[in-house]
Write a protein that binds this ligand. Structure first.
Ligand code: F7E
Length: 314
């Protein structure tokens, strides 16, 4: 019998890559999306006919229960959230509701359904926030945005329900991961899209915010494999997923502009207050030793390869 999986946030970057991956493993895949008069399937139109879309909303408990009933899944991957950190200061309450309380609602829906479903929660390096060295599963959390705080609630409620009700719940603490399907508002895609447009003569400048930030950037499809591996283990546990290499925004710009033959990008890049955050995370680097040793996972795609794929695609 093939396994079945329910993915929330199916139309996002991770949701679509995970669906691609699970289909190669023979899964029957259900993707949860919010009902809307205009569909948002840019990342998933190629999945139409291959997966089943179900209507549900992380702010509506009954809709989650109905999605579970309809899909009768063996595994649930909770990737849905308000995931843009910058936006979380504009809509802190909505971010808390979807990104934090949404996890609780899903866990309660699983409990009500009664079947022992394996649950994956998309935790994030934003929970570390203010950190200095390589963060692992034991590093203390200090989130720096309403998004990070909401994710921390989701992380702990996942752990709490594992300990309280003996549920197979895992959290993957994923560091930044990007791909050709990344939303245009995130810095990596904003840069690769801007570089392509500059190359084609469609744009003069890329306007950015804080250029001092460093991120441990990996390739999203590699990270989706780690999510799946976590649910294939004997026991539920939490894992950091990262490359261990950190790069500045300047280094990302170097790599992206390199592909259109530009060495000095300074005349193509400007700074705009509007893209600064009230509090930012300046430095992130992860230690994924546990994922490598226990899951046998390691990142396959290098930073340069990833930037190249993104620029080429744009
Ligand atoms: O910002 C700086 C910005 O929005 C990265 C999400 O997937 O990863 C992502 O969160 C850095 C920040 O991603 C611009 O201030 C400069 O320091 O691409 P980002 P993020 O905030 O790291 C984590 C792991 C998640 O969980 C999130 O869901 O880049 N930055 N100038 C800029 N950022 C943006 N977006 N736009 C700029 O113009």
């Amino acid at each position: 019998m093939n396994k079945s999986a329910l993915i929330t946030g199916i139309n996002g970057m991770d949701g679509s890559h995970l669906a691609d991956f699970l289909l190669t493993k023979g899964y029957k895949v259900y993707g949860m999306e919010r009902r809307s008069s205009s569909k948002n399937r840019t990342n998933t139109s190629h999945l139409e006919g291959k997966i089943t879309f179900v209507n549900g909303d992380l702010t509506d408990q009954n809709s989650l229960f109905r999605c579970i009933k309809e899909s009768d899944p063996d595994e649930i991957y909770n990737l849905g959230s308000q995931s843009f950190v910058g936006e979380s200061w504009n809509t802190p309450e909505q971010t808390g509701d979807v990104t934090g309380m949404g996890v609780l609602r899903m866990l309660e829906a699983i409990r009500e359904y009664g079947k022992p479903i394996k649950f994956y929660q998309a935790s994030t390096s934003e929970m570390f926030g203010k950190m200095e060295k390589f963060a692992n599963e034991n590093t203390k959390f200090h989130p720096r945005s309403p998004y990070g705080v909401a994710k921390l609630y989701g992380h702990w409620i996942t752990t709490n329900y594992r300990e309280s009700y003996d549920m197979f719940n895992v959290s993957g603490i994923l560091f930044n991961h990007e791909s050709e399907r990344r939303g245009i508002e995130f810095v990596t895609r904003k840069i690769t899209d801007g570089v392509a447009r500059i190359h084609l003569g469609l744009q003069d400048k890329i306007m950015l915010g804080n250029l001092d930030a460093h991120r441990d950037w990996g390739y999203a499809p590699d990270y989706c494999e780690a999510m799946w591996l976590m649910l294939q283990q004997e026991n539920p546990d939490d894992y950091v997923v990262a490359t261990g290499n950190t790069h500045s925004i300047g280094e990302f710009l170097d790599a992206a502009f390199h592909h259109i033959g530009v060495k000095d990008w300074t005349k193509y890049v400007g700074q705009d207050e509007r893209f600064m955050r009230p509090a930012d995370v300046y430095y992130l680097a992860g230690d994924s030793t546990k994922a490598q040793e226990v899951l046998g996972w390691k990142p396959k795609t290098s930073f340069d390869e990833m930037v190249y794929k993104m620029v080429q695609n744009d």
